[in-house]
Structures are given as C-alpha cells and as structure tokens.
Design a protein around this ligand. Sequence first.
Ligand code: CA
Length: 225
Amino acid sequence: MNKRILLAEDEAAIADTLIYALQQEGFAVQWHQLGRELLASHASDPADLLILDIGLPDQSGFEVCKAIRQRSAVPVLFLTARAAEIDRVVGFEIGADDYVVKPFSPRELVGRVKAILRRSQPQTPLDASGLRHDAARAQISLNGQVLELTRYEYRLLAALLADPGRVFSRAQLMDKAWDEPEASFERTVDAHIKSLRAKLRAADADCDPIRTHRGLGYSLSWERA
Ligand code: CA
C-alpha cells in the first residue's frame, strides 16, 4: 500500500512541486492549505508522515505539531523559511523529525521523507503481549487500544519492544529515543519510563512489562518479576 502523506502548505506553487515529486516516488499525498484542515484529516485517517509549513494562514506549523503530538508520534517534517524558525525546530520539544529550509529542491525533500520513513520501519508485532507496534503509523497499541504516548515514551517503548529481554542501559535508550542525547540527562530516561509504566497500567492494570535492572538499565519482559 502507498504511504500516505499529509501536506500543510499555503503556497500553491510550492505545494504543486512537492506533490508532484512525492507522487513520482509512489507516495499518496493529500494537500491542505490550513493547519486545522490537516488536523481533521489526520484525525479521521491517520497518515504515515506529515509535512508542515511553519507559516500557515490559520495557525503556525508548531501549533499544529503540538496538537498532533498530544495523540500521535507520527513523523513530522517541517518546511521553514526563516533562521529564527530553524532555531525552534532544532530545539527539543517541538517534536519534529526533520526539517528543510526554503527554497529547497524537491529531490532533497523526497530524500528526507524516505529517510524518516526508513527509520520507522515496521517491527515484529508481539501478539502474546497485547502490545502491538505499528511503526508505519508510529503507534503502539495495547489490547487493540492505541496508547497516547509522547514521542519519547513512544520511542522508548518501541526500542524495548524491538528487542524483548535485552537489557538496555540508559545511555543506549537515550541514543535510540533522543535526537540529541548528549544534551539530556540519563535521569530523563527514568522519568519517561515512569510515565510510560503509568500509561501501560492505566490501559491494562496487569500490563507492567518494563523491568528495572539496578545499575544497568531497563528491559522488556513478559515473565512476572
Ligand atoms: Ca507559508
């Protein structure tokens, strides 16, 4: 099935160029001029990746991304025009996976899109656990119910799910889940693991698969501790 991409961009010429380049590579692209249209579209039919212009007529791409991040870890690529915007994208909490600066070549953008989607390749679903990772949609569900995870919680759980039983050090988990791990503290991992456990238990009181290995790190296991 073709990967579905939603594009929010108010300049028709830019949108046309992008849509053409992406369609040439087999992507199904849906174009919106307003942020709220893209949000509604993603809510009714989640896309595999979002491309957000920052300067949209109704709200900024940052606001759109913030709204998305409250319920989805879908990859987001920003289109930026100004240096001041780039600083914010590169900053930590926006939730962007990548950005390109206008003017950009369509080829460069398609390359970035492919790289992002490659990084979120599907992994083996774990049926027995009740946890299922849909990497294409960047969602993890428990007993069929999609978990509402922040991007760090999502990336941490995805890393643990990819290799059950393996003990990951905090530094290894930071490498997998953080874009700039050197700028964060290892105890940040502990804080996100804690909120992740709470969300799993909230969705299923018996679901507590994350094990703490004192002085070592964390692993995922279905054996009772
Ligand atoms: Ca614009």
